[in-house]
Design a protein around this ligand. Sequence first.
Ligand code: ADP
Ligand code: MG
Length: 236
Amino acid sequence: MESIIKTEGLQKVFRTDEIETTALQGVNLEIKRGEFVAIMGPSGCGKSTLLNILGLLDNPNSGSYQFLDTEVAQFNEKQRTHLRKNNVGFVFQSFNLIDELSVFENVELPLIYQGYKVKERKEKVEQILETLQIAHRRNHFPQQLSGGQQQRVAVGRAVVGDPSIIFADEPTGNLDSKNGDDVMNLLNELNEKGTTIVMVTHSQRDAQFANRVIRLFDGRIVTENIVKTNLQQVLS
Ligand code: ADP
Ligand code: MG
C-alpha cells in the first residue's frame, strides 16, 4: 500500500523570550493510505505539535516530511494551505469554529474553498449535519451550542470536503461517552470507506478503533503497537 505520510528526523523547537522547548526530537513515522492511527502519550509530550506538522498547519525546524510523495518540510504557509485544501480535514482540540458564522456556514466553509457550487454545498452540508445529529441547530451560532455540539460541528467541517486524510486532536475530549461514540463511529465509517485517519487521544476506548497506536514520550516515538490483527488486510 502506498505511503501517504513519511517523516524522518522531525524536530520542532519553540522559542519564547527566555525559554526554549524542544517539542519533537527526531520523529520517524510512516503512515500508509487507509490506516487508522492513534497517537497517545502524556500531556506535553508533543502530540499536538506532531499532529499540526503532519496536518500541514506548521513546519518542523529540521527533518524531512513527505506528504503524498511531496517534500513539504520547507513549504511556506501559502503552499501548505494550498495542499491542505483538497487533501486534509483537521479537527482542532479547541474546535476553532468561527463565531460569526452559523453551524451550517462553519461546515460549509471548506466546500467554498474547494470551489463547490451552492446546490452541491447544501446537499453535502445537510447530509453531514444529519449524520452528526445537529441539523436542528443549522442556524445557530457557536456560542449558542454546548461543547459537545461545537465538537460535532468541528468534526463536520473536517469531514465534509471528503479529504483523503483526517487529523483529529482529541476529537472526543470534550464529549460524554455517548457523544464520543458517535464521533468515533463516524470516523470509523469514513476509515472503512478508505479515508486515512490520524488521531490524538487520551482514551483507550477511542484507541480501540485504531489499527495502530503510536506512543510519544518527551518528543520521541517510544513504541508502536499493532492493535488490530486485520492490519495486514489494510496494508495488503
Ligand atoms: P501535547 O499535545 O502532547 O500535550 P504539545 O505538542 O502541545 O503537547 O506541546 C509539547 C511541548 O511544546 C510542551 O512543552 C508545550 O509547552 C510546548 N509548546 C507547544 N506549542 C508551543 C508554542 N506555540 N510555543 C511555545 N511552546 C509550545
Ligand atoms: Mg495536545
